[in-house]
Design a protein around this ligand. Structure first.
Ligand code: ZN
Length: 257
């Protein structure tokens, strides 16, 4: 393969990599994944996330945000710490942020405030957003449409929705992040994706979660982007090299590496 790949979503600062992080990075590079975006989760993960990116400059790129399942009762206060970090160093994106109603519906109003605050932050620092939306498509897109500015852009990470939802996301100026679920037997993505231009798609692993087949159920890692790219090349009936070329170009434009 002559083209490189980008993993646009991997939490490899997680303790699951503490014993073999160097091997994980080496394996990524060996499989053609030369850039990895590292989205933050909560206030406690900021330091490990930044230490990781400092240890692998030009390979690991930090994104800053608070994950929707970590949003508490005073979201605006909680998100203030992000601004401080943004003034200190360069980040590639704001995220991850969004709305997650899978675990807890009672926190919706705080999650909406948190997402709208992240949207404002992304606009003022002119950065793309990394959006997490689970059991909350309408709530997420409504919040984005209500608060978006002229420079609002980003990716819906780990997309697994309907064709109609995909169109709404693209019309709103966002890309679709496609991960390991595309390889799962029950996935509807193989039917939907051929209707969507590949220029709207970036690849991601969401490591350590959602490892693609044949690693399903095991710890995920950025090297497995290759297995996701292979499945996408089957779906679009183009070469894996072409998938790498187009999705890497999409990621380069969105994240401005
Ligand atoms: Zn994530």
């Amino acid at each position: 393969m002559s083209n490189t790949l980008i993993d646009t979503h991997a939490h490899i600062f997680s303790h699951e990599y503490e014993n073999d992080l160097e091997t994980v990075i080496k394996n990524s590079i060996a499989s053609g994944v030369t850039k990895i975006i590292i989205p933050n989760i909560n206030a406690d993960s900021i330091l490990p996330m930044i230490e990781l990116c400092d240890a692998y400059p030009g390979i690991c790129f930090p994104a800053i945000g608070i994950h929707p399942t970590d949003i508490e009762s005073s979201p605006v206060e909680q998100i203030k710490c992000l601004e401080k970090e943004l003034l200190k160093r360069k980040f590639i994106a704001i995220g991850e942020t969004g709305i997650d109603l899978y675990w807890d519906k009672s926190n919706l109003s705080n999650q909406i405030v948190a997402l709208s605050t992240h949207i404002k932050l992304a606009s003022s620092f002119d950065l793309p957003l990394i959006i997490h939306s689970r059991n909350s498509f309408q709530e997420t897109i409504d919040t984005i449409v209500t608060h978006k500015k002229s420079n609002t852009r980003g990716v819906f990470h780990c997309f697994s929705g309907t064709y109609k939802e995909a169109c709404t996301i693209i019309e709103s100026g966002f890309l679709l992040g496609i991960g390991g679920t595309v390889t799962f037997k029950n996935s509807t993505l193989p039917d939907i994706l051929p209707l969507i231009d590949l220029k709207n798609i970036v690849l991601e692993t969401d490591s350590p979660y959602l490892a693609p087949i044949p690693y399903r159920g095991k710890r995920n890692e950025p090297a497995y982007i290759k297995d996701i790219a292979r499945k996408i090349s089957d779906i679009y009936t183009i070469s894996i090299d072409e998938v790498a070329k187009i999705t890497t170009e999409n990621a380069n434009i969105l994240f401005n590496f």
